[in-house]
Design a binder for this molecule. Structure first.
Ligand code: GLC
Ligand code: GLC
Length: 811
């Protein structure tokens, strides 16, 4: 069952009912000011940091679901309702929500009034704009009052929901004309305030929540709206809100636009005040002036559209498959940009007060956006590398505001350092910017102790070598990519986190997954050295890679697949010998991606085992059979009920590793089968079952052992976005940026033909046409570059600003 449809031309998903199986959300903002908005206008906005600078309030896991947002109420002679359905929830005569790229539009008709609200954040300003268009679509004059509503967050989102002994006493506002200023804490340590305004004279306002709602009322029945008149209430402590009321009269067919703006302003210490206790509002008024008329707002909206079109234009595919086209051209790269902006901080599953930027997460996310915003990717790499420690180890997370390693969680996730090699090499391949390797970067953010980025990469590689276990395989530490496989943790205390509890000092638990990663990243590093002319170093690295490959083939393989690990006692995990958890997905993907066992049949057997034991209707599950009991020597993984999360859920992040591995073996059908099983657009028809947005990936789909198989959880902020983008663009469609040019190496289903791809690479545009007359999965027989046949399938970078035609004949 569907709840809407894709409008590919406008790059929008159109939702036709407010009652989606879960709130379906979108993101606003791409610089410093951000908003989350659901299809019924729920959500909140913040400046830079969703915890420390939250501008509006939102209560997670509330009843009813998704209650709190930027709401409008219409009160006419008969009735009152919300044109976004929530929070009043009266039936609308018509409803439509269009989630687009960086904006959302919600439209409704009721009692002959058509309302359309466009929500977006303009480039260059810290403000959320709501353009509200009201139109009388009936035959009679219409009179009504529109009420606005937002609730201010008292900045620190964590305090805001825990520390009421303080927060109930500090709330403060000012009102001037049509603008409500929120200035809690401004009189002491804060030099920022927010405001909520409308470009129209108002009939009244409210800034005190109890006055607006009535002491015991919910957002669905504000007393003020019911009686039709604001109270001009001034908040003093308790809960400051912003609400305007405006009386409107419209003749048949007449239309009126109101522009509401939520803004955020920082003042210099010396310029904080205009008079005693009166804040300096100059900047706010400048901002409001800028967006005070329809034309200005429309221009800003158009500018935002151009900005996004430009970003999404760097890779465009035209094929017979509209699901493929829209995932590759619109939604997947868009989601990748959102993961760049948010990491894992703020979504409808992440509260914005928990995690900072993950070391491994952020390095992997980079794969999905480096071609769109290479300058920001560069900055991100340097930020991440600055938190690395001198022994090569890494903090598991760092804070976006301070850019410092997070001490609370610390380090000890032994895969972390190696991911830096992946992001850095991907960046250089995209840009050709080898100079980044010479940047002097601190260790542990200490500017007196630095090393070049290249030295940081050496330390990443060295870290694994300095932490090997009894089989010559890497020690796992707290965990590797799978945060929940905690082999040294042995936790029996429900009050501690698996991620931070004291570990036993383990010198035995080893990870075959990290071993596979080490081989993959080692080959990358060796290639990099070669390009830099350091053949010696390259050879040295390759020697270690060879040793590791040998260790994996000898101790890390079990007849038909790669093992997962050795536990604290030195016993195998992910082996035929185990009763549960016999086979894990992660090492099958990464070892084959690294080329291990490709020549001797081990890789083939491993992928056939994945197909046989892990592949299901909705994608490949993480492991088989699921753990049915909690076992201290395995940790969090066995704490989840069978079929959910890392315990045999379909963890979408590592399905693409299998897709890529399949392309290494040339099996285009299989690679694409895995792709289309989890790519959301292909699943639109089962939205009632999948429940989450059909336009973005979710971290997990419940596996076959789960009660609710096929149900997705945790959409938007997941490494799934970047890895699927990597799998489809670089390995299935086969367009791979490299140090000196682009490799063209598609691996597709046999019956695909006539694929057109536009790829912008280092300023030049490559217009690539792929023909497959013989119906093969892989293999390039002939390539014409601007009409001339060339040897091989590696096309040198042109480094010009022109368009080049590349004709590819497979065979
Ligand atoms: C989550 C984490 C990621 C981890 C994965 C598997 O997605 O963000 O770091 O690798 O879970 O446990
Ligand atoms: C839990 C989750 C895992 C996530 C981790 C991050 O362990 O199961 O997916 O990576 O928390 O803190």
């Amino acid at each position: 069952m569907k709840f809407g449809y894709f409008d590919d031309k406008n790059k929008e998903y159109v939702i036709q009912t407010p009652k989606t199986p879960y709130p379906w959300i979108n993101y606003l903002g791409s610089e410093d000011f951000f908003g989350l908005i659901s299809n019924t206008a729920g959500g909140y906005c913040f400046y830079k940091d969703a915890r420390l600078r939250r501008v509006t309030r939102y209560r997670y896991n509330n009843i009813p679901l998704d209650n709190g947002g930027r709401y409008y109420y219409i009160k006419d002679e008969k009735d009152f309702y919300s044109p976004t359905w929530m929070p009043v929830k009266s039936e609308l005569d018509h409803y439509e929500c269009r989630h687009g790229i960086g904006y959302s539009k919600i439209k409704a008709i009721k009692n002959d009034l058509e309302t359309e609200i466009l929500y977006f954040i303009p480039l260059g300003d810290n403000a959320e704009i709501h353009k509200v268009t009201l139109k009388n679509v009936g035959n009679n004059d219409k009179e009504f009052t529109i009420f606005s509503f937002i609730e201010f967050c008292l900045w620190n989102a964590y305090d805001d929901m825990t520390n009421y002994q303080r927060t109930y006493s500090i709330g403060a506002v000012e009102v001037e004309g049509s603008t409500i200023f929120h200035k809690t804490d401004y009189r002491e340590r804060r030099n920022h305030y927010s405001f909520y305004s409308v470009n129209h004279p108002i009939n009244g306002f409210d800034t005190d929540r109890d006055a607006f709602l009535g002491q015991y009322n919910g957002l669905n029945e504000p007393e003020t709206v019911i009686k039709g008149m604001s109270n001009n209430s001034m908040a003093s402590g308790w809960n400051p809100i912003g609400s305007h009321s405006i009386k409107v009269k419209l003749a048949p067919n007449e239309e009126k636009t109101l522009i509401f703006t939520i803004g955020y302003i920082e003042n210099n210490q010396e310029e904080k005040w205009k008079a005693e206790d009166v804040i300096n509002k100059e900047q706010a008024y400048e901002l409001l002036e800028k967006y005070n008329n329809d034309t200005a707002v429309e221009e800003a909206f158009e500018k935002l559209g151009n900005h996004w079109n430009n970003l999404l234009n760097k890779f465009v595919v035209e094929s017979h498959d509209e699901n493929l086209n829209r995932m590759v051209n619109i939604w997947n790269p868009y989601q990748c940009m959102v993961t760049f902006n948010m990491s894992r901080s703020a979504s409808y599953f992440e509260t914005g007060i928990g995690r900072g930027m993950g070391f491994r997460d952020s390095n992997q996310d980079l794969l999905g956006f480096v071609h769109q915003i290479p300058e920001k990717a560069r900055e991100r790499i340097l930020d991440i590398a600055s938190t690395q420690l001198e022994d090569g180890s890494a903090y598991h997370q760092y804070q976006p505001l301070t850019k410092k390693g997070n001490h609370e969680i610390g380090g000890g996730f032994n895969d972390d350092p190696l991911w830096l090699i992946l992001s850095t090499t991907a960046y250089i391949k995209e840009t050709g910017d080898f100079l980044i390797l010479q940047e002097e970067i601190p260790y542990n953010c200490d500017i007196n102790n630095t090393g070049t980025l290249l030295e940081h990469l050496e330390k990443s590689f060295g870290f694994t070598l300095n932490n090997l276990g009894p089989h010559g395989l890497p020690l796992i530490g707290r965990a590797d990519w799978n945060d929940c496989l905690n082999l040294n943790c042995f936790s029996e205390n429900p009050d501690e986190s698996f991620q931070t509890c004291d570990n036993k000092t383990g010198k035995t638990a080893e990870s075959v997954f990290i071993a596979g990663m080490f081989v993959y990243m080692g080959k990358e590093l060796a290639e990099l050295y070669k390009r830099l002319g350091s053949d010696n170093k390259s050879q040295k690295v390759l020697k270690e890679v060879e040793k590791m490959t040998h260790a994996i083939e000898t101790y890390g393989y079990d007849e038909e697949w790669f093992l997962r690990a050795y536990d604290y006692y030195g016993n195998k995990i992910g082996s035929k010998e185990n009763e549960e958890g016999k086979l894990f997905i992660e090492p099958q993907g990464f070892c084959v991606m690294a080329g291990i066992g490709v020549d001797n049949g081990k890789a083939l057997k491993a992928l056939d085992s994945v197909d046989r034991h892990l592949n299901t209707e909705y994608g490949a599950v993480l492991l088989w059979p699921a753990y049915t009991k909690y076992q201290t020597h395995l940790g969090e993984i066995s704490s989840y009920p069978p079929g959910y999360k890392e315990n045999a859920g379909i963890f979408c992040h590592n399905n693409p590793w299998i897709m890529i591995a399949e392309t290494v073996l040339g099996r285009g059908e299989k690679a694409f089968e895995y792709y289309s099983k989890i790519a959301p657009s292909y699943l639109e028809d089962i939205s009632e079952k999948r429940r989450l947005e059909p336009y973005v990936y979710a971290q997990m789909i419940a596996g076959r052992d789960a009660v609710r198989e096929g149900e997705a959880k945790n959409s938007w902020l997941t490494g799934t976005a970047a890895w699927n983008y990597e799998a489809i663009t670089k390995w299935i469609l086969g367009i791979r940026p490299d140090y000196d040019g682009i490799m063209i190496d598609p691996c597709i289903p046999k019956d695909w033909d006539n694929i057109l791809i536009k790829r912008v690479f280092r300023k030049s545009t490559y217009e690539i046409s792929i023909k497959n007359p013989e119906g093969v999965c892989k293999g390039v027989k002939k390539i014409l570059v601007d009409g001339k046949e060339q040897e091989g399938n590696y096309i040198s970078a042109f480094n010009d600003s022109s368009i080049h035609r590349i004709e590819v004949i497979m065979g």
